[in-house]
Design a protein around this ligand. Sequence first.
Ligand SMILES: *[C@@H]1O[C@H](CO)[C@@H](O)[C@H](O)[C@H]1NC(C)=O
Ligand SMILES: *[C@@H]1O[C@H](CO)[C@@H](O)[C@H](O)[C@H]1NC(C)=O
Ligand SMILES: *[C@@H]1O[C@H](CO)[C@@H](O)[C@H](O)[C@H]1NC(C)=O
Ligand SMILES: *[C@@H]1O[C@H](CO)[C@@H](O)[C@H](O)[C@H]1NC(C)=O
Length: 467
Amino acid sequence: MGDANVDGKCKMMSACSSAKLFLFMVPLVVVSGFLFVNPTSFLTSLSTNQISPPLPSYPSLPPAAPSPSPPTSSLSTNAESIQGNYNRTIQLNPTNIASTSSNVTSTASLKLMKKRVISNLEKIEFELQKARFKIFVYKEGEPPLFQDGPCKSIYSMEGNFIYEMETNTRFRTNNPEKAHAFYLPLSVVKMVRYVYERDSHDFSPIRKTVRDYIDLVGDKYPYWNRSIGADHFILSCHDWGPEASFSHPHLGQNSIRALCNANTSERFKPRKDVSIPEINLLTGSLKGLVGGPSPSSRPILAFFAGGVHGPVRPVLLQHWENKDSDIRVHKYLPKGTSYSDMMRNSKFCICPSGYEVASPRIVEALYSGCVPVLINSGYVPPFSDVLNWASFSVIVSVEDIPNLKTILTSISPRQYLRMYRRVLKVRRHFEVNSPAKRFDVFHMILHSIWVRRLNVRIREMGQNQQR
Ligand SMILES: *[C@@H]1O[C@H](CO)[C@@H](O)[C@H](O)[C@H]1NC(C)=O
Ligand SMILES: *[C@@H]1O[C@H](CO)[C@@H](O)[C@H](O)[C@H]1NC(C)=O
Ligand SMILES: *[C@@H]1O[C@H](CO)[C@@H](O)[C@H](O)[C@H]1NC(C)=O
Ligand SMILES: *[C@@H]1O[C@H](CO)[C@@H](O)[C@H](O)[C@H]1NC(C)=O
């Protein structure tokens, strides 16, 4: 379960203000390659290439925003309103895209959508300036199990999210009466480290910790009972996140669970839960992770190196290890090569499931400009509400592993170039910044949570007979 290296504190990153500034600058410099993507073209490209019809595979999804009025909350930020650019504010907010577009499959419908948005412009704009998605973070619980989490390692999203929620006043409210959603700031990684007895296979200490916490906030505040947990959320990157959430039946059943381990076979529900990316931050920052050469300087067709665990990798190794010089599949990295160099020298990076469905390779591939090849079953890739993964990754079923080379070589250079460019465009949605920047992974996670919160209508207690 690799719980080593989980004690790096996110707080260290901002302890020194020049370090903070540096962290902020690094992505700007390193990834300046895609900064030309101005917000308008971002919308256009998202709409035509990367927006999938909202949650197409979940037909039972109740209509978003059940109220007839425009969205009453939004991830829109001060920065946008201050600039006062009407056209841009409306066009550019992925929140608006998700909440106003219901059928964005062609350029024609895109035009329709824009027209509709603009004809509602004043109303929406007015609402937008007043409204903001507000989250109450429970203050109960002591570090390290609560209010704390790892900021390094493949589980870094736990700590980075907790830390960003703590310091980001834009989305947080200290008044629970004003909150649209409630965050339960627990870390499953820390629980595995501090309350789970290693190799005991006894999950009950974790179960008890989670249950006691829910009981504590349920006793102290009226909000948990009011919605039976439906407007509450947790975030966990640990393989055991799903299991931990079922420590309390309503937490697992009703609450929004933001999970790296988004395995539908483990009761991940795409219309209620949020798939978040697994991001392996070795040093706690993005330094040196983002960037890579253009396709013409990538001599290797496809690359994978990694441990043989889980149900998919043995199949991959069996078919491709040392079989073909174009498909470099290794258990161990060849001597004298570095993992990140291999990724940067490859056109495609193979990302099979391991112990769990998510793999940090997906984000590593995006960061290094390598088109990811997703091989798994039951996995819901992150941010699928707004990102059309088929446009910037290759999705291969486990059964198709023997045909991997045929599949990849049938992608024409032109098609490949398009995918590569989209990789450069979408990767900012996977970047971790401290403080967070618009459209980065923190905002994407909040957006996904907001969309799911819209699907829930909460009534005052005592009005239940109206149902
Ligand atoms: C908004 O768009 C309209 C029509 O395209 C244009 O005339 C107007 O100047 C734009 N406003 C701003 C603030 O850019
Ligand atoms: C989009 O709209 C068109 C025309 O209104 C309709 O035929 C099509 O089925 C819609 N697609 C989706 C995914 O809703
Ligand atoms: C919420 O419900 C539980 C179980 O019914 C109860 O023990 C608790 O006191 C309730 N909380 C509040 C604030 O009323
Ligand atoms: C997803 O969950 C199912 C059921 O627990 C399991 O059989 C499968 O191996 C999981 N997939 C991965 C990659 O962990």
